[in-house]
Design a protein around this ligand. Sequence first.
Ligand code: ATP
Ligand code: MG
Length: 884
Amino acid sequence: MNSRDIRQSFIDFFRDRGHKPHPSAPLVPHGDPTLLFTNAGMVQFKNAFLGREEPPAPRVVTAQKCLRVSGKHNDLESVGPSPRHHTFFEMLGNFSFGDYFKEDAIRFAWELVTDAWGLPVEHLYATVFHDDDEAYDLWAKLSGLPESRILRCGEKDNFWAMGDVGPCGPCSELHIDLTPDRPAVDWEEGSESGRYLELWNLVFMQYDRDESGTLNPLPDPSIDTGAGLERLAAVLQGVESNYDTDLFVPILEAAGTVAKVPYGSSPEQDTSLRVIADHLRSVTFLLADGVIPGNEGRSYVLRRILRRAVRHGMRLGLEEPFLHRLVPVLGEVMGDAYPELAATREASVATIHTEEEKFLSTLASGSRQVQEEIEAARAKGLAELPGARAFWLYETHGLPVETIAEIAEEERMGFDRTGFDEALRRQQERSRQSAGEGKKRFAAMIRTVLEEGVDETRFEGYEHFALQGARVLRLAKEEGGRALAAAALGAGESGMVVLDATVFYAESGGQVADDGTITWEGGRARVTDVQKEAGVFLHLVEVEEGTLRQGETVDLEVAATVRRPTQRNHTATHLLHAALRDELGEGVRQAGSLVAPDRLRFDFTFHRPLEDGELRRIEDRVNDWVLRAVPTRIREMAYDEAVAEGAMALFGEKYGDRVRTVEVPGFSMELCGGCHVTNTGEIGLFVITSERGVASGVRRIEALTGHGAIAWARARDQRLSAVEEALGIAADRAVEEIESLKADLKERDKELSALRMKMVAGAAAGDDEGGPTDVDGILVLVREVPPAPAGELRNMADTLRSKLGSGVVVIGTREDGKVSLVAAVTEDLTGRVKAGGLVRELAGIVGGGGGGRPDFAQAGGKEPDKLPAALAAVPEAVRRQLGG
Ligand code: ATP
Ligand code: MG
């Protein structure tokens, strides 16, 4: 059975038993600030388990993309050495939402594994949570496993939790003995060594753990299971490790070919090849789900994984970018199950390639920087490279800590690893906090208002800006850093409000939240932010007057000054997206977007800067659709139907069965829950104000519409008028005029410089005051010269020196509180007088420093008043040098 068959047979098996097949959620969990990445099949159903959201069906089956590289589940360090841990893997799972419980879950798993897949009963083990007698008895009854192969285990392995808070429960695992012919060993030993391989975990989801660690029973006990596809493939294909299955062999072969080190050459090299194959999968799938490499949060994790793969490539002797070349191979292996791979291939290849190049050049220049830090530490008499300095190298130059440690070792210098780890821990803390900051601040209040269950908010904001007679369902506020349910919010207080209906749009899909007011008999509050969780709108308000009470009837009004321009920008964003794809090709993919009242920002994948002509054509195309004044068409329909009609769905977004489509007929159709104009003509005008790169392979366009675009154009026009006025010439000839003024200026500069040179050169011939004097038989020429650019000063000194034939030249100049000194000594005298020593001494007088070669040196200072004194001191200084 190849991996495709295994995936499919799992889904078919559960479909036959009443489960609805459901697509994998993206690796980036939707609207969950507590989790960086989807790390299990149940993540997308978290709200359904908590009873806050309808599940897609009472019984569901999925194959879910998972990533375990951070937080509670982090397998990064095991990858490579472990034959059964990956960063990215697929978890097959069946779910029951308050439908069946332990008995069916166990029965199904047993049936599939032994009957359908035919794994030998005598090689299997089951484990249960130590006090879960019910599960124990069920295994004994349903599987017929002997008691010696049903084991009671502790919390570490048999109590499952997604994270520190959220749904959790006792679990029961199915294991297989990989070497059944050998005598059985102690359970601990067998599972540690990998002999007893965990295949499938059945979680009996019974609790919701809150921040204080309390286990609150869930409304309906449920089932969540997870079986790793890679491990199943290894077992069913009868191979030793996950890496010997059809999921990995083609990738390992390709990597081996690129590195000219076939898989199987040596244990160390095999580890590196496995790391590369594994990381290729996580990097490519993360990119496909819209994560881009960067320095914070998820982006930073992606960058680290990618760099780890590159480092392992270097161990294999790969000095050139290589990882991007493997992307198409992954497409061949997993492309049919995950169409996002094909859709994003070009962009991913480009992004990975650029990242690789950047990293390799960082490493090249980085090793020099490490050397410098080591020397600096030595100069201070330190025995080890301080952790803080190493972290600085790591953070600002992206140098891997291993590289830093290696170089230190070569240099026979210690390395303060503890200090480094501490600095790293603090940085991670910061990065964790920055992920989902906005929502997180309110997370506790959100939990409070949702705790007792509250109906989804009816949203009427698409059609109306105002709504009369909404009811206040719940209130919460923060007190002393804790969130509390509140019966009322008094004047001057802020807090969170849940209503039965609203017109305020909650921040999502890049569109900012609405502002506005809530009024009631004798009171008024300002809405400052709106978030959404499981269909419930959470309004953050500041009460300005009166008291807002639970049960109050209120009137709502969205600030049209915020909403109307936001709608223009949102529809314009769709037009821009469509125009980009028309102009640059279908490979262009949205990587992020911000729709605010005063601007729009659109990030997309593309491998090079856009040319002026392209930008103009894109702008024209959008404006063309604005001028056609096309009515927008907004509909609700089934997801499949929308996609069949050609609606653009964004990878990395989670969509339900019913979706909303926003269409500018004939040009753009997207799945979108945002607010839009009713006619493209409302946009008025669209201008692109900037285009630049924001990450490897990602470009950013900023643009304006409506009043903003008009104001922008007017401001430019006003600046142009000011230019016309200053030049005294019409704008159409301004450029010509400026060019000619610039040319004139350059000419004058040249003339001035020649004049200065002539003046100064005269002095050398002695036809002016201040000619050369004789100092102990050496000609010394000292001169204050007019201010001139540094290059010219050097030329002057050079010219004077050659006029002198043999002697010493010192010139100085001052301007704007600065002093410059140049000393030049003819070749024949450098053995006796050193220019460097000379200027160093003089620089002291003018409050500065400097130095240089024996024949030529420069210095600067900050005390112009002292220049004459410094110049007067030259003969003495020369004498001292001669004497010394
Ligand atoms: P292990 O103890 O082997 O690390 P786990 O207890 O972390 O596994 P669960 O969280 O129960 O695993 O996940 C369910 C299933 O997903 C496991 O039974 C296993 O088949 C698979 N799995 C878990 N982690 C990984 C991983 N890093 N790589 C591949 N498969 C995994
Ligand atoms: Mg684990």
